[in-house]
Each structure stands twice: as structure tokens, then as C-alpha cells.
Design a protein around this ligand. Sequence first.
Ligand SMILES: [Zn+2]
Length: 645
Amino acid sequence: MERNKNKKVIYFRKLSLPLALLACFLFLFQFLFAQTLPADNQIGAKQKSRHKQNTSLYQTQLKIWCDALLKIQLQKGQDEGGIFCESHGFVHGRCGDAVYPLLTLFKLTHEEKYRTAARKVYRWSEEHVSQPDGSWLNEAGGKNNWKGITCFSVLAIGEALRHHSDLLTKKENEEWRERLRKGADFILIYQTFETGDINYPVSAAAALALCYKILGDERYLVRAKALADFGLQHFTENALIWGEGVRGPNDTTPKGLRPIDVPYNMEESLANFALYGTLMGDEKVLATVAASYISHLNWVLPDGSMDAGWCSRQYKWTYYGSATSDGPAGGLALMQKRDLRFGEAALRNLKLRVALTHDGLLHGGPRLFERGVPVCSHHTFTSIKGLATAIDEGIQNTADVSLPNDKAFGLREWPEASVTQIGVGPWRASVTTNDIASSPKRGGHPMGGSLAMLWHNETGPIAVASMSDYKLYEGSNMQKPVSDSALFSLTPRIEVISNGIRYSNVYDGEAKSRSFSGDSVQLIVQGHLRDSNGNVLPGANASFQLTYTFTANSFQMAIYTVAAGARLLFPIVAASSERVTYKADSTLAVQKNASRIKIFGSDKRGWESITNTRVFNFVPGFEAVPVQIMLDKNGKGLIRIEVIK
Ligand SMILES: [Zn+2]
């Protein structure tokens, strides 16, 4: 288990004066010394030019995204000023959050159209989702009356006023400040500690701190501090934030786990905690947030994506983050002076989002554009918020620093989530044996020793976890599948259909795993095949064993179960445009750009016929070849994967 070696919490207020002076000297020494460090941490002339280039990438991308949003901002009719969503067929209630980034872009470009767009989307929001009680609704027209999102609307208007009040008329300033006051007063009444997942109380703390700074009402300050103190109670022993799902002091699972969601943590909870700490000058919060970001960097893959197939709100995972949150750039920018890796992680994630932008709009996953899925505007109009913060905070990416997953690390155990990370040679992977419950509002994530991610340095993702069953837990924040092939779970798994019911390891919350590491890493998982309600496969043959073996040259998954009709399903990530061939040596080959994935199996029946078949899932937005392996008469089967340069 990794113990967050880099965690440094310094309580300045506890220091005596001499110690404080010594601390200041050491800080200055560290700062000066950092300028002369070689290699990873150096800020040299070359990096300065890179900084210029990368700073402009944030600004360039903000303009690309905003220009595309302007094209879908309605210019007449009942919804004039709203930003239309082609995928959902209506204007999302939260599009009003774009007021802040649109003003940031106006300040950068002096192009009046962006200020006009900001004013119009503000007006749409006032007319369609703003409520007399001071709240905002999640969606207009009764589609979703959740008022918890008021804290995000307050943050958007508050940040617009904090950074750009000079761009608004006196009358507008007065109106927006009054609207902000109503929003803050609503939060005082509405937002309890227990309202919403943990990102809500933490974001409400930031929203009220911001309102205190702008409006000066002490009530906001008092409540902001109380909410922040509550948030501080939600860090695990390894500095991950918990509370995206079941929470409360005793609300752990039977295994003692907490619901954790890396994308929500990085893009909303930590980002808004960082804003709170910055506004309040709260060193305890800032040190805690920095330590937590360092811990969360363990889940950022080298390509800037997030390994989040195991997370409690996986149903909104889109490879680069969460479908409806702000992106990690803003929060990481607020904390960038504490660790150069924060800027690096923000930049890599932005580059991934740039790669998944088509016709100016960020798509909800890597293969949505190629499949012709209508794009949801939500991803773009929330991502620009994070970019605006990053730009207004002067984000700098001044060094080519390593992130935790750039180098092999063997095993990392996260007992608070019952998930194991593997980093052997070029392989990065995660395996989960969590028992986080699903409910009518939350769930769908895999359990039972599922392989949540299999990633290789040469190819990127080879296998990913999807929702075990695709359900629209948040109808207006998720996209509807249009065919059965888009309902296929991509999670590698054992599966048995018995009396029309699907049984699998992915539904087993009681599975246990053990691991061994040396030159190679092995994980052995034992459990029972269950249905989606947790019922064990009837009969005496429900037990299973999975054995994952990672070496520098190969990955192998071996399974054992004597359940009748059991098969190993192992969808291999492959776009329709990537060539898949069945070779004479009975292997399957997936051609990537500069490398080839070679797949061996203990059973190859049907492999010849699937080379042109692709299945798809919105979580996390990949296409895959549906490789299947039937077990032998002893109940055994295996798949082995190599990557050939
Ligand atoms: Zn949409």
C-alpha cells in the first residue's frame, strides 16, 4: 500500500517566530534551488518557450470551444441566448455557467461577440432556470428540478464578477451582484452537510467564500468555513476524497469502503476546495488539497486520461474525466506553485480533450464522433469554465516533469477503495474488488476482481471497464444508445446466461484478491458468479477464480469456473478504422498506429468472424472487438496479450 510519501502538511500557525523565519528561509531556498535543479524540475530557456506555447494552447482552445458554442447559441425564439444541445435536443440548464469563460475570452480578444454571448446566456438562464427563491434548476421545463447546482451557478457569476466586473456596465454589475446575493442566501438555507454528493458541500464552501469576498456578508463566511471543515473530514488515509455516493460517518460498505470518484474529485471537489483555500488564504486547506492532488495524480495515465473505471460514479466517466464537470485545469492551476506536476497533468489532460474535439465541440468519449453520435454541448460549456480559471490564474507549464504513472511501479494498493494498480514494464492497469452498492440513482460500476483498465505505453487503452449494465442514472447528463451494439459492456469478464439471467464476476461484491510482485505481478481473485441483484448462480458451481499475470512482455488473464456454459468475454479496444485480422497462427491482431496488439487464446472459435465487428459503450466511449473464449472441459480458459512494435 502506498502511503502518500509526498504528503507535507505544514501548520504555520503552530510555528514560533524563529521557526517561522526558518521556514520562510527554507521556502525561499527551496524556491531558488528549484531553479537550478537539472532535468525533471528544471525551468530553463527551452521550457520558457514551451511555457509560451502551452499558455497559448489554453487560450487557443478556449477560443475554439467558445466559437463552436456561439454557433449553437440560439439567436431567436423562446430559447434565445441558450446553448442548444444536439444530442439531447434542448438547451441544458447549466449553460448559464458559460458567462464567466465567455467574459474571460472577451478580455483576451476584445471581440465584442463574446461579451454579447455572455450577456445573452445570462439572460436565458434568468428567464428559464432562475427561481424566485434564489436557486437555479438543473434543467428547464421540469426536466430536472434539482437545485443543488445553485452553487455552480453562483461560482460562475461570482468568478465573472471577481475577474471581469470591469467588462460589465454599472447596471449589469448591480443586477449580477443582486442575483449573486439571492443565490448565496439560498445556499445558506438549502445546502446542508448532507445535501448531494461531497462535491456539493465543498463547492458550496467555495461559492460562499466567493460571495463573502464580493458582497462582504459575514454570514457567508461563517457558513463557508463550516462547509469547508466538513469537507476536510472526507479525505482517506491515502488522501483521496471520498463521498461521491453513500456517505456519512458510518456509511461504509460491508468491506469498510468509501465511495470515491477520481474525475469528480479532480474536476470539482479539489478544484473548488483549492478556490476556497486561495480566497480564504487557508493554509490547512491548501496543504490538504495539494497532498490530495498528488495522490490523485496516481490515477492520471501518461496520455492525460483518468483511470476511473472502478470509481463510484463511473457512469459519467468519459476517459478524459467526468461528462459534466469542469475539467482539472482550473484547480490544478490554482495549486500549480506547490508542485510542477500539477501543471503537467493539466496540460496532458487538455491535449487529450483537444484530440477529442471535432468541429469545435468536445465529444463525450474517444469514438463518439466516428460513430456519428450527436454531440452533447455539456462537455464543452463546462470544460471552458476550467480553462477560464486556468487562464485567469496564469497557468504555466514550464517543465517536462514526470507523472506517477510514467514509470513502472509494481503494485499500488488502495484499501479504502479495494482497488489495485499495476505498473509493470509498459503496462498500466487497475483491478477492483469493491462492494460499493448500486441504487436507483447511482451505480453500474464493476466489482468482482474486474479489470478496470489495461493500458500499454505503445497502444494506449487495450481493455476498459464499462457500466455492467448501461442505465441512464442521470438522463439529461448521459447519452442514449441507439443500438444493441452500444449496450455491450466492455468490461473483461466471466459470463453465464442461465434461465435468461446473466451471471458474472462483475456483480460479485464479496470477491477477494491477493497479489504477488517481483519481476512480474500476479493477482488472484476468488468469488462467486452473481446476477445484477447479487444473487449467486443457482447450483453448486458458482465459484470462480481469475488470475492476472503481468510481465514486461505480456498480460495474461486466466479463469477457472465449472459453471456450465461459462465463457470469458474480453473486448479489445479497437476503433472501426483500425484493422483487425485473424492470423494463420490462430491469433488475432489489432493494428495500431506504430504497433500491433497480438492476442492469443485457449479457444479461438468465432474469432475469424469478428474482425469487422465492433461493440461500443458510452462509458468510457470506446469501440471494441468482442473477443470470446469458451472454457475447456476442466473449466479453464485464458487470454494472453502482447504488443509488437
Ligand atoms: Zn446534451
